[in-house]
Design a protein. Structure first.
Length: 220
């Protein structure tokens, strides 16, 4: 049976598109069971529909609180029996019960060199701090926001004159769109797992994230 991938989005969906492309050309050996958005107008949703995928909208605004939304989202996801849940620009914090249910199956991509800059406005914060480097990280999702075991991290030099938008664009194009499909591909092949709190890659416990040098040719 094929590995079932569910993708959760909130916005533009550039990471979503990269995942769809990698499934379509066979680099990710999985089927996309559903694309779920918490925002009705997410651009990524329209793209997924055009690609002929099953899509769902579950608007957080229609629930009384975070917990009710989480419960409904878990219930919806369960229907698709996902082996992998990829958060791809999904801008909601998920509660402990939700995370526990999908633990070990759920990945996120975050635009910073975690553990630096968990949370929002990462590019702005890296610039304000005068950092020399910035990047993005794929990690397993645990109940700590942006805090689960890191899998792969790409870094780049911040250039003099970089503004927030330029930096965000380079992080997206040069790093995010490469490392996320790669991480999901590893997971689909069973080469990446979470055991207790550690990421296990090809049988080895990762004490820190893999780097871009570990990208397979097809993902560079
Ligand atoms: C990306 O930078 C992702 O890392 C962050 O939100 C952004 C989403 O962009 N979590 P997109 O929806 O994939 O275009």
């Amino acid at each position: 049976m094929r590995v079932r991938l569910a993708i959760l989005i909130s916005g533009r969906g550039r990471n979503l598109r990269a995942l769809i492309a990698a499934v379509q050309d066979g680099r990710i050996d999985a089927e996309i069971a559903a694309v779920i958005s918490n925002c009705r107008n997410a651009e990524g949703l329209a793209f997924a529909r055009k690609a002929g995928l099953v899509t769902e909208v579950l608007s957080h605004a229609e629930f009384v609180d975070r917990r009710a939304f989480d419960t409904a989202l878990a219930e919806r996801l369960r229907r698709y029996a996902p082996d992998i849940v990829a958060l791809a620009g999904f801008m909601r914090v998920l509660g402990e019960d939700f995370v526990a249910e999908f633990r070990g199956r759920m990945l996120n991509i975050h635009p910073s060199l975690l553990p630096k800059y968990a949370g929002l406005h990462t590019h702005r914060r890296a610039l304000a701090a005068g950092d020399a480097e910035h990047g993005a990280t794929v990690h397993f999702v645990t109940s700590e926001v942006d805090g689960g075991a890191p899998v792969i991290q790409g870094r780049l030099q911040i250039q003099a004159g970089d503004d927030e938008a330029q930096l965000a664009e380079r992080v997206m194009n040069d790093i995010e769109l490469k490392i996320y499909p790669q991480a999901v591909a590893w997971m689909a092949r069973g080469e990446l797992r979470l055991i207790e709190n550690a990421a296990i890659y090809k049988g080895q416990r990762l004490d820190r994230a893999l780097g871009m040098d570990q990208l397979e040719e097809a993902f560079r």
